[in-house]
Design a protein around this ligand. Structure first.
Ligand code: F6P
Length: 324
């Protein structure tokens, strides 16, 4: 059992819906266990500059329905440098913080691992819309982002059908295609371009559109994960090779914001509470994860060495069948 008296909580990297539920559950669960919680503002940047806010129950009682993160966030370049990590660790020691709960994605996890050298106990919670943290089947924010993308694409399709056009829609996801896969399948896309699967064959997209055109269809939808191909270039290619008028929509940051879905609120709450359980059981340097809908945890260094979670092959194959 632990003798933890005071902890810090922070959010880092891209904000993700559900982070607030995790913060809330950390504060409530810690309070139940007699642990004081300090909120660190702006992620690792706030740890370096010691920008904090004491958190009590009233501060977090009604934040479940809020998008973004009430603790703000950043992508800290300074935290990559040992001198700044030492400054951050000194701040924590001076303020008698026994552990830090860090909510964020891959970069946050890497920061936590680097921080090991300072002897600070880091408990991570995976929060990123990209669903790209290898050790877990779910990351907070993905469900909300996929739903937001789906709703936006539904609207784009209405216009596309009315005009008889092809819509090329770019969604977020950096190195992972899950938002594109889910939003694309949910909106019956004619083609979905995924970073994990893209082979550079533009003809496979234009040929599919030509086939559908020959079958009498008058509108088309292509969903593209960001960073794989240039969406305007693809739209131009579709115009040139098929003669069909094409338009591009880049969904951008609307995918990160907005009210979290029930799933993100629930998983945020579960993961936040589980992080405190880990601490109460004496856990050190762990990351919370979901496998087969069950909460588990891994050592953070072990977690980063896990093979990158490839796309679920059944989901991918089905997306091909359903876009035939
Ligand atoms: O949060 C993840 C993510 O949304 C990626 O999909 C995207 O590439 C990136 O963040 C962009 O974030 P920013 O512009 O805030 O650095």
């Amino acid at each position: 059992m632990s003798n933890i008296k005071k902890i810090a909580v922070l959010t880092s990297g891209g904000d993700a819906p559900g982070m607030n539920s995790a913060i809330r559950a950390v504060v409530f669960s810690a309070f139940n266990a007699g642990i004081e919680v300090v909120g660190i503002l702006r992620g690792y940047e706030g740890l370096i500059d010691w920008e904090t806010k004491n958190l009590d129950l009233e501060d977090v009682r009604n934040i479940n329905n809020q998008g973004g993160t009430v603790l703000y966030t950043s992508r800290s370049e300074r935290f990559l440098q040992p001198a700044y990590r030492k400054q951050a660790a000194d701040n924590l020691r001076e303020n008698h913080i026994d552990a830090v709960v860090a909510i964020g994605g891959d970069g946050t996890l890497r920061g936590a691992i680097a921080f090991r050298e300072e002897g600070i106990n880091m408990i991570c919670i995976p929060g990123t819309i990209d669903r790209d943290v290898s050790c877990t089947e779910y990351t907070l924010g993905f469900d909300t982002a996929a739903n937001t993308a789906m709703e936006a694409i539904d609207r784009i399709r209405d216009s596309s059908v009315s005009h008889g056009r092809c819509s090329v829609v770019e969604v977020m996801g950096r190195k992972r295609g899950y938002i594109a896969l889910w939003a694309g399948m949910a909106t019956s896309a004619d083609a979905i371009v995924l970073p994990e699967k893209w082979d550079g064959n533009f003809d496979s997209i234009t040929d599919a559109i030509k086939r559908r055109h020959a079958d009498g269809r008058n509108s088309y939808l292509v969903v593209v994960a960001e960073g794989v191909i240039d969406a305007p270039e693809l739209a131009e290619m579709i115009r040139d090779k098929t003669g069909i008028e094409s338009r591009v929509s880049v969904l951008g940051y609307i995918q990160r914001g907005g009210q979290p879905t029930a799933k993100d609120r629930m998983y945020g709450s579960l993961m936040g509470a589980y992080a405190i359980e880990i601490l109460l059981h004496g856990g050190k340097n762990r990351i919370v994860a979901i496998k087969n809908d069950i909460l588990i945890d891994f050592d953070i260094t072990e977690a980063i060495t896990m093979e990158n979670n490839t796309l679920d092959s059944f989901q991918y194959e089905l997306s091909l069948t359903l876009s035939e």
